[in-house]
Design a binder for this molecule. Structure first.
Ligand code: ADP
Ligand code: MG
Length: 639
């Protein structure tokens, strides 16, 4: 029989197809199975509109592995193809019979019956050439008498000839390529491999995918053997049909039919967790973009969550067929801990990873998912605080990174979700809770950064604020202050570090006067100290915030002392940076008396004292002192 040439553009396309569109060769099976499912859908649709005498239960897809012939056969009892259809649909690449069917029947179908056919790109079939040296398609169209055989070895063309086939439907015979060093095509003849691929990509195809598989069982023992106490049972192998797919995806069921146990079980199996999730978010959306999503918030951060190895992403399905295992574009970084899947019939099965990234539908879905996740987290925060705190313990750090990353472009998405430890409430609070408790005369949201709640509680800089009854947020994560800087304001209130130069506290006129007086009286002493310390500090001044502690450091510029620590500890910090520091001294402390006396008598002593107090302040901040030996010698000499 004469060989027909693929249309010219098809030839080139086929080449491209086979070699570059798909990232993984193994998806060929998904494509062929999806086509079979589409073909069954089409016949099923006919059974709804005309009397075919076929019932839904009769439909199935079968996979047969033939090691001797080196073939995989995928057969279905769907609508089949006649000669013309073979010519049109298999002979022209990028022509989809399925899309045409969908368009032609669109008006006739009402929403209930609308069948969501997978194919519409007209390239999936050719992916089988990635693993096959030759493909035969034997098909008999519903309502027709003759069957046809389509055959091709790839880009050089195809032939069609009449053949025998008893039943309606299609049989695809893939002649596998020979194994090479890089690629073991013969793996596709192994039952476990096929089972795995069906589970992975085609588990939710709505018709049973059957395969005759090898199984093992214990041989029935004879009476004689049973009597023999040394008898060890024997095993025998046998073959049996098995349905490889589970068919109904849990996310397509209505919520009323799914128990918590179902949701949790599915999560644990699918996403390899041994703990139940903290929250399940199941949504069916219809409208501009139509999709089902089933999302989970894990109860615990995976061990590699805060490392580079962790890959965010949701599984992406198109009408129950897996397109991508980890679609990163569906999740913003600040919600990267979410696990789950999205199924949308709007997405096309054949688009590759690279093309998906520009998919408008996908973006629209991602935007809605982000909103949904946020509202669910807020709901958890408002109705189950204990659970939320546990969640925050695991993933709060990521939310804070979210506020900070990208110059704060996502801060609106996360700021309501953040918790900080409160000095007055002695527990985690939200920022708006803080603002709602602010005192009438309180200008700022105060925060303190340090290693631990304990240390922060003892921090000299917090004394005045606590005296005033102001609440302070204790920040113990390195990212905290960076995140806070990006947040900028909450309900129009700005943040203020307890270590910043000016705490913005209203002073009475007497207080102001007293401070002025103190400053004036001690001007020379303070100048002498500043001179002794040189560039280490930008100023030495009498403190308004210290009550019982002798000294502390305040930072003057944008860069805080805490940020200096964090930035200098970064592995790639090339040059040490340094915050602008102000040394504050408590004028009501005994130490100040000693300073004054020294200044009146031995001016050299002032230098030593200044150095000592500065070093003390460094130690309180958790910064290291330049010369510890000199420091301890100075203390000893004083004693
Ligand atoms: P798509 O599925 O995107 O339409 P494919 O390249 O996978 O594109 O398939 C091309 C066309 O071939 C299908 O649209 C369908 O008309 C036809 N076809 C493929 N496989 C079968 C099958 N098993 N039974 C009937 N028709 C099929
Ligand atoms: Mg297809």
């Amino acid at each position: 029989m004469a060989k027909k040439q693929f249309k010219a553009e098809s030839k080139r396309l086929l080449d491209l197809m086979i070699n570059s569109i798909y990232t993984h060769k193994e998806i060929f099976l998904r494509e062929i199975i999806s086509n079979a499912s589409d073909a069954i859908d089409k016949l099923y649709y006919l059974t709804l509109t005309e009397n075919t005498g076929i019932s839904r239960e009769d439909f199935f897809i079968r996979i047969t592995l033939d090691k001797d012939a080196n073939t995989i056969i995928i057969s279905d009892n769907g609508i089949g193809m006649n000669k013309d259809e073979m010519e049109n649909n298999l002979g022209t690449i990028a022509k989809s019979g399925s899309l045409q069917f969908k368009n032609e029947n669109a008006d006739k179908m009402d929403a209930k019956d609308a069948i969501d056919i997978i194919g519409q790109f007209g390239v999936g079939f050719y992916s089988a050439f990635m693993v096959s040296s030759k493909i035969q398609v034997i098909s008999k169209r519903y309502g027709e008498e003759t069957a046809n055989l389509w055959e091709s070895t790839g880009a050089d063309g195809y032939s069609i000839a009449p053949c025998e086939k008893d039943s309606v439907g299609t049989e695809i015979i893939l002649y596998l390529k020979d194994d090479t060093e890089d690629e073991k095509y013969s793996d596709y003849l192994k039952e476990y491999k096929i089972k795995g691929l069906i589970k992975k990509y085609s588990d939710y195809i709505r018709y049973p995918i059957k395969m005759n598989v090898e199984k093992h069982r214990m041989k029935e023992a004879t009476e004689e053997q049973k009597a023999d106490e040394n008898f060890t049972p024997e095993y025998e192998s046998y073959r049996e049909d098995e349905v490889l797919n589970s068919m109904v995806p849990i996310w397509k069921k209505s919520k009323g039919d799914i128990t918590n146990e179902d949701y949790n079980q599915f999560y644990k199996e699918k996403f390899f967790d041994f703990e139940d999730p903290a929250r399940v978010i199941h949504t069916n959306v219809e409208g501009v973009s139509t999709y089902n999503s089933l999302l989970y918030i894990p109860a615990r951060a995976p061990f590699n969550y805060y490392t580079r190895e962790y890959e965010k992403g949701l599984q992406l399905y198109s009408s129950g067929v897996l397109i991508m295992d980890k679609c990163a574009d569906l999740l913003p970084d600040h919600f990267s801990f979410v696990k789950g899947l999205v199924d949308s019939q709007d997405l096309s099965l054949n688009i590759s990873r690279e093309m998906l990234q520009h998919d408008r539908q996908l973006k629209a879905i991602a935007v809605r998912l982000e909103k949904k996740i946020k509202s669910e987290l807020l709901e958890m925060l408002n109705t189950d605080r204990e659970k939320y705190e546990k969640f925050f313990e695991n993933f709060g750090l990521q939310l804070k990174f979210g506020a900070y990353n990208g110059y704060g472009q996502n801060k609106d998405a996360v700021q309501e979700l953040l918790l900080f430890y409160s000095s007055s409430e002695k527990k985690l609070v939200t920022l708006s809770e803080y603002v709602s408790r602010m005192k009438e005369d309180q200008k700022y949201i105060y925060y303190a950064c340090g290693e631990s709640i304990d240390k922060l509680d003892k921090m000299p800089q917090t004394e005045l604020l606590k005296d005033k009854g102001y609440e302070i947020l204790y920040c113990t994560d390195e990212v905290d202050e960076f995140a806070i800087k990006m947040l900028g304001t909450i309900e129009e209130k700005q943040f203020k570090s307890v270590s910043s130069e000016d705490l913005g506290i209203e002073e009475s006129s007497e207080e102001k006067e007293a401070a002025e007086k103190q400053k004036e009286e001690n001007k020379e002493l303070l100048e002498a100290m500043k001179e002794a310390l040189g560039d280490k500090v930008s100023e030495v001044r009498v403190s308004q915030r210290l009550k019982s502690h002798p000294v502390c450091l305040a930072s003057a510029g944008d860069l805080s002392i805490e940020m200096e620590k964090v930035l200098n500890a970064m592995p790639n910090a090339s040059e040490k940076i340094s915050a602008e520091k102000v040394l504050e001294i408590n004028a009501n402390h005994n130490v100040f008396q000693a300073l004054k006396e020294a200044f009146a008598g031995d001016k050299e002593k002032v230098k030593v004292y200044a150095e000592l107090l500065y070093n003390q302040a460094l130690l309180i901040e958790g910064l290291s002192i330049e010369d510890p030996i000199e420091f301890s010698n100075a203390i000893c000499s004083l004693m």
